[in-house]
Write a new protein. Sequence first.
Length: 267
Amino acid sequence: MALKFAANLNFLFTEKASSIVERICLAHQHGFRAVELTCPEDETKRQKVLATIEDTGIAVSLVNLATDRTKDELKWGSTGIPGAEKLFQQQLKSTIEFAKAAKCQKIHLMSGLLTDNEIECDYNRTYLANLKLAADKLRSSNMIGLVEPINPYYVPKYYMDSYVKAREMLESVQCDNIKLLVDLYHLQSLKGNVTRSLEEYGKQIGHFQIAQVPNRNEPDTTGELDYAYIFQIIQEFGYTDWIGCEYKPKTTTVEGLNWLQKFGFKL
Ligand SMILES: O=C(O)C(=O)CO
């Protein structure tokens, strides 16, 4: 079964367009059939993005939780932030409504950043409580929530920074619609051991994203990961949903797309 790839619009086409609406159009123009994006922070922007999604017919394979970009600890999400529970509930509600309108069934529950004025056990308690709440809300919309460990080299002080922590949370929450988002860039940066990790995580995995390590460029660029092998094990793993291209183009997005042909894929 050929793998299929979606454009993560927080990374692709950013060199050509500042707005998500323009990036959706560029992704569609250059052959992508699906995109990943962050839920816009206000209703007007959400409606414009939904209208463009409808006009282009492009699919939405993943929506990142809406974020409050005015505060450092919240611009990378609110799921784990003590004292931001009400904000998380509002952002979850608007993100679920947006994802439903976009016919997307996956929401990345971004955790937020650790700050000096809270202790980690408060984050753990907040994150677990919010995951349980999200699981119920998502289930009634036939959606899954995704937990993604993100490495500290890329996002210093990000709360969800470990696969051990992520899997402890999945074990605690015990909900089959809360799953792991395995970004191979973060997996290799955080722990390596890719083959055995994917075997170990198995059905806990709800989504994949790709980029090379350590520079987070296209999969065919020089780096630690042999993507010819990785694509083979993802196929053997039986994953048939969209894979997010969450990489920084080494030159331009369009020039960088030739990796697809090199690995025998097409958009
Ligand atoms: O950097 C990442 O991997 C993220 O998911 C943040 O958007």
